[in-house]
Design a protein around this ligand. Structure first.
Ligand SMILES: Nc1ncnc2c1ncn2[C@@H]1O[C@H](COP(=O)(O)OP(=O)(O)OP(=O)(O)O)[C@@H](O)[C@H]1O
Ligand SMILES: [Mg+2]
Length: 304
């Protein structure tokens, strides 16, 4: 399998703080690779090093076979970027934002304009082409940034929370567009806080926290290896929580995960037997999901 990104012991430091602390991973050609993690985990810092808006503090990074420390301007001409912050130019109209961005790729003006119109239609913004940026809603701005990222028909696209701020319907058709891009051979690298988005779009995921990798694998493998097939979930009061943890841990071979006032059980057997032993209201058994993996890996940290 051909790698389009190879990161080895990447470090991003802000003064003495390591926002990214020795991260190594590879992204294969044509896959959708997702970076997950709680707020402040270091996802955007990793992204910024990959698309050249932050200096690499330490480590090695190759993008499309090019050393990112030496050839970032070449890399920038080959990739598409949806940054977490939109970075649209408020002094220009929607269309002009695309045209000016397109100039960077040295494509003929007519080609850029045709492509811009095509993308505005794809993002359902064709009626807004002459508007100023400040006249757009938050979701419209996000869709414009997606259009901007696709302008040069890049084969590798970085998407830092692409659908944050989009309504559920828009999110749905953006997913369809992203899947179609992947089908046509484009490699996608994305971050998201929507576990459903990661499950729907990503072939492989890297979960990070505190600048480091916590787990890596396909969504299905991560679920099976870190949580199991099913979970039971119940809510307890702050007073009860230690009591329940003791009771369950003493009696069952289940692992107890805690997220706020919720307890989750995982185990190799079905956790069904445990239900009878726990007399708590609001108890549910359901299929394990990526959300459980995320909570298990980063949940304790988030609640401390
Ligand atoms: N320019 C900066 N100067 C100093 N610290 C920074 C800077 N940018 C990010 N950080 C810190 O680095 C850490 C990682 O931030 P980063 O933006 O990479 O997180 P993230 O995983 O993208 O979070 P989110 O999900 O909230 O977008 C945080 O502790 C943040 O405060
Ligand atoms: Mg971020």
């Amino acid at each position: 399998m051909k790698s389009v990104i190879e990161a080895t012991n990447l470090i991003k430091s802000y003064n003495s703080f390591h926002a990214v602390n020795g991260l190594s991973f590879q992204v294969h050609e044509g896959e959708c690779f997702g970076l997950l993690g709680p707020n402040g985990a270091g996802k955007s810092s990793t992204f910024k090093m990959m698309y050249g808006s932050a200096r690499i503090s330490e480590g090695d990074l190759y993008i499309l076979g090019l050393n990112a420390k030496l050839h970032m301007s070449k890399i920038k001409a080959l990739i598409g970027v949806v940054p977490q912050e939109n970075g649209l130019d408020p002094d220009f109209s929607v269309m002009d934002n695309l045209l000016i961005y397109g100039n960077y790729f040295r494509l003929p003006k007519l080609t850029i304009r045709n492509r811009a119109m095509e993308l505005l239609a794809m993002m359902q913004l064709e009626d807004h082409a002459e508007k100023q940026i400040e006249q757009l809603s938050g979701g419209m701005k996000r869709r414009l940034v997606l259009a901007r990222a696709l302008l040069s028909k890049p084969k590798l696209i970085f998407l830092d929370e692409p659908t944050t701020g989009l309504d559920p319907q828009a999110r749905g058709w953006i997913w369809d567009e992203l899947r179609a891009l992947q089908k046509s051979g484009t490699t996608l690298v994305l971050t998201t806080h929507y576990m459903e988005e990661a499950e729907v779009l990503c072939d492989r995921l890297l979960i990070m926290n505190n600048g480091q990798m916590m787990a890596e694998g396909s969504p299905d493998d991560l679920i099976l290896n870190h949580v199991g097939k099913e979970v039971i979930e119940f809510e307890v009061s702050p007073k009860e929580i230690e009591y329940f943890i003791q009771k369950i841990e003493g009696k069952f071979v289940y692992q107890v995960m805690r997220a706020g006032l919720k307890l989750f059980l995982r185990g190799d057997q079905t956790p069904r037997d445990a239900i009878n032993e726990i007399s708590s209201p609001n108890i549910t058994m359901r299929k394990a999901s990526l959300n459980d993996v995320f909570l298990k890996i980063s949940g304790n940290e988030l609640n401390d």
